[in-house]
Design a protein. Structure first.
Length: 422
């Protein structure tokens, strides 16, 4: 087991580049299953979830290679149709191979997905949409068995799920006829996937809006693509700069993908400068209290809620955070309270009374974004913070400690066993 040892009190300063978005790269990798050939993906983050999806593709018969941030995927004419439990259980995003496999093979067998325990995140919307397209789906000893030819139809999602939108988009590219997805997710990663699929020969209109239209085609082809910058990594680093009262430029970050986040940071007292080169944040004083509500894009992202709560915990005044996406997103609060935060939760609301200081303490990351939030808290806390559960942080952030060290943070990664022996 490993841990971070963080010594707080140093403002983050400097410049780093945003990597490609995990939540886009994973879906692009799944989309490669739609056609044989060699794919080249640039700006792919080297994180645990990417390696898991890489293993899923290889188990399905693909050959993959990873050189720095460029991934090559060679998809054969004959691919497998089963995504096994030992891989799929590691992350929920692996369910997105279901649509591409069903569209190309006419059959798919995919284990029920696992991942962070922050909410039910049911896959009903994926399955109901595929069934409307003509799929027959059954359950067999922990696996989803899907079969049947797909045809175009109208699908109205009960919730703008980005996973369901992506799965149905990919499946519809090879379906017979036209598919219309209503109440579709509008995330930038959806638009990135649409650009990728279009370069493969798909016919897609409206990606990034609530209504997406996909006209099925006979076949697709391999392509080359650069992954959109990760707005969640960029947002995490900008919030860290605000919490430590620093000055950080995140190169490549796209302000238009972070509108409401940047607005809330400005409300908290930060100077936010957005240019074509990226986004710079300067914070010179204690943050002001801000209220925020998580909603699907373009609302405040749930994946930046824990980080923003750290800022509020160090703010002047009382903030209210409302979580509307994942029912268990507040489960990290007890760890933040261990560091001296004054937070009370009731249902999907959290009341955060700001304090002048947090204190270093041993804490454990319960999920990806909460882990990043605890690191940020440690950067601003008095004394030393020890954070375990790094396997979660590694799923969402490439060499998080190296990125923060470049900005002047005092953070070391070490083996817990080695530390005990010392």
């Amino acid at each position: 087991m490993e841990r971070y040892v963080v010594t707080g009190g140093t403002p983050l300063r400097g410049s780093v580049r945003a990597r490609g978005a995990k939540n886009s790269a994973l879906k692009l990798m799944a989309a490669s299953l739609l056609a044989e050939g060699e794919y080249v993906l640039h700006d792919v983050p080297r994180i645990a979830d990417i390696y898991t999806m890489q293993a899923v593709l290889e188990r399905l018969g693909c050959a993959t290679g990873f050189d720095d941030s460029t991934m090559r995927i060679t998809v054969p004419d004959g691919i497998g149709s089963e995504a096994p439990y030992d891989l799929v259980r590691q992350m929920r995003a692996s369910i997105v191979v279901l649509g591409p496999l069903l569209a190309r093979r006419g059959h798919a067998r995919v284990a029920m997905p696992g991942g962070c325990n922050i909410g039910s995140r049911k896959i009903d919307l994926h399955l109901k949409g595929l069934e409307r397209m003509g799929a027959t789906i059954g359950f067999d000893h922990g696996y989803l068995d899907a079969g049947g030819g797909l045809h175009g139809t109208e699908i109205a999602l009960d919730w703008p799920s980005h996973g369901a939108t992506e799965n149905l988009m990919m499946a519809a590219t090879l379906a017979k006829g036209t598919t219309i997805i209503e109440n579709a997710a509008r995330d930038p990663e959806i638009a990135d996937l649409a650009v990728f699929l279009t370069s493969m020969g798909a016919r897609i209109a409206g990606a990034g809006s609530p209504i997406i239209t996909i006209e099925g085609v006979e076949e697709l082809r391999a392509t080359e693509h650069a992954v959109v910058p990760d707005r969640l990594e960029a947002g995490t680093l900008l919030i860290a700069a605000a919490v430590t009262r620093g000055d950080v430029l995140v190169q490549g970050a796209r302000a238009e993908h972070l509108d409401i986040v940047l607005s809330k940071l400005a409300d908290a007292g930060a100077d936010v400068i957005a240019t074509t080169a990226g986004v710079r944040l300067v914070m010179s004083e204690q943050p002001r209290a801000v209220d925020f509500v998580t909603l699907p894009y373009p609302g405040f992202p749930t994946d930046l809620q824990p980080q923003m709560m750290v800022l509020c915990a160090l703010g002047s005044g009382t903030s209210i955070a409302t979580e509307n996406v994942f029912e268990n997103r507040f489960m990290f609060v007890d760890e933040l309270v261990r560091m001296g935060a004054d937070i009370r939760t009731e249902g999907h609301h959290a009341v955060i009374r700001g304090r002048d200081e947090l204190q270093g303490a041993p804490v454990r990351a319960p999920d990806i974004r909460a882990g990043a939030a605890l690191v940020i808290a440690g950067l601003a806390a008095a004394g030393t913070t020890e954070i375990t559960g790094l396997e979660y942080i590694d799923r969402g952030y490439q060499s998080f400690e190296d990125t923060l060290s470049l900005l002047g943070a005092s953070i070391q990664r070490e083996s817990v066993q080695r530390a005990l022996q010392a």
